[in-house]
Design a protein around this ligand. Structure first.
Ligand code: GUN
Length: 286
């Protein structure tokens, strides 16, 4: 049977490390502050944001929530970002995506000062990631995937890594991180031809397509490390909804390692948001 790589367990370890770092910061009079901005009433976003805030409270990060109505004008959101940029008690700013259609998300993300961009979505941080500069803030889900992979992959060099999904939030930044570790990286997407054959070549297979059960057992090479980024709500046979990943896990007993859904990548994303916030606070404290 595949080894189940529990993100929730590793996320709890990261949280306890962070508590120690936050205690040290307290000795210097600094409490990390995270501003969470939520526009509109997308139900999934509300769930994610409240999880992020609960996790922040667990480690001792002060999180301040800004809930704005769905018809908020872009100028109003930009004014809030400007105020948060200037606020010395705020070290991290997170604008939950997606934003309503009247708001240009790229203009909002561009407005966050890169040093407080704990999502790693600002073009400066994207640029630093793409050059391998190592000094920028890295998007939380890809960072969480790399921490998971580091637990089970002793040497990345020369491994075939296949990423399914080309989003700015997961697929593209994760491909860059894997490339930095000298994997041979293939990024695939909805238009990719022959995806099962490509996936079968992977030593490291990352499913981040947002499609329930897309990756079937016969897409997975025996012994492969499979990271399931999917969080898909489906109707269960009992009429209740449940969360499943992008991988048909019950068909993947021959994988070497598999992350569960829930309890895999999801908690790691949150732990990495907390880590980025503490990193940002440490840098601002000099
Ligand atoms: N929406 C889905 N994932 C994310 C994320 O990692 N950060 C933000 N800000 N919004 C998201």
């Amino acid at each position: 049977m595949a080894e189940i790589l529990r993100g929730d367990v590793i996320a709890a370890e990261i949280e306890s490390e962070l508590r120690g770092r936050i205690a040290q910061l307290a000795g210097r009079g600094v409490t990390p502050g995270l501003a969470v901005v939520l526009v509109g009433d997308d139900p999934a976003s509300h769930v994610y944001v409240s999880r992020k805030q609960r996790a922040a409270a667990r480690v001792g990060i002060v999180s301040v929530e800004h809930r704005l109505p769905g018809d908020t004008a872009q100028a109003e959101l930009l004014a809030l970002i400007a105020a948060l940029n200037a606020d010395p008690a705020i070290h991290g700013i997170l604008v939950q995506l997606p934003l309503p259609p009247q708001i240009a998300a790229d203009e909002v993300l561009d407005a966050i000062v890169p040093a407080k961009d704990v999502d790693g979505f600002h073009p400066v941080n994207v640029g630093r990631l793409s050059t391998g500069a190592g000094s920028g803030l890295v998007p939380c889900t890809p960072l969480g995937c790399m921490i998971l992979l580091e637990k089970v992959v002793p040497d990345f060099r020369g491994l075939d890594a296949v990423v399914i999904g080309k989003s700015n939030i997961v697929g593209k930044p994760l491909a860059l991180l894997l490339l930095e570790r000298e994997c041979t990286v293939t990024v695939t997407h909805i238009r990719t031809r022959g995806l099962p054959e490509i996936a079968r070549r992977a030593d490291i297979l990352v499913a981040a397509a947002g499609s329930a059960g897309l990756v079937r057992g016969d897409w997975v090479k025996p012994g492969a490390v499979v990271i399931d980024v999917g969080i898909n709500r489906i109707a269960g046979e009992d009429g209740k909804s449940r969360i499943v990943g992008d991988v048909a896990a019950d068909e993947c007993g021959h994988a070497g390692v598999l992350t569960p859904v829930p309890g895999g990548v999801g908690p790691m994303t949150i732990a990495c948001l907390l880590r980025n916030t503490v990193d940002a606070a440490v840098r601002s404290a000099g």
